[in-house]
Design a protein around this ligand. Sequence first.
Ligand code: IMP
Ligand code: MG
Length: 179
Amino acid sequence: MPSQDYDIDIMIPESEITAKVNAMSRDISKYYAKSEKLVVVGLLRGSFMFVADLVRRLDLPVEVDFMTVSSYGSSMRSSREVRILKDLDGDIENVDVLVAEDIIDTGHTLSQVLKILSTRKPQSLEVCCLLNKPSRREVDIPVKWVGFDIPDEFVVGYGIDYAQNNRNLPHIGKVRLKD
Ligand code: IMP
Ligand code: MG
């Protein structure tokens, strides 16, 4: 196995993530109790684990769809250009849409995604995210459910990558470059 030029320190252990996602699922189930049709839209690839755990606990009929937009590539730096690499498979007109994002940083990615999705006339459009970095925000995003506010650190795990690695970690870790 190649050696990494960074270490990963645990920031949020698996048990805390589980408790938080379960609580979020309970809230979301109550909020959409009267919904005729709810579609959870996960933004790939980072949100796959979050979406899997979130929808598993929803006490509602729910559909799941995914979208891939380009954002960070393989660097740690944020890019403002967002391109759709894979669009939703289904139609979202007149349905309740809940976008599930792994982490909101500057907000540019979600801002673009929300703009695109709202042109398709969903019944409602809300956002939930596992992690949020409020100190990095450049555009305002209405986020209804936030798992954890975290400081300005580069994190990995629970679906989130650094150059496509470390998505499989069950916890959230912070990247510390070795000198
Ligand atoms: P934003 O457009 O700046 O809000 O960036 C959002 C996207 O950047 C997220 O969906 C992640 O894919 C990625 N990202 C932001 N912060 C981190 C991080 O700390 N680790 C890994 N990916 C990140
Ligand atoms: Mg992402």
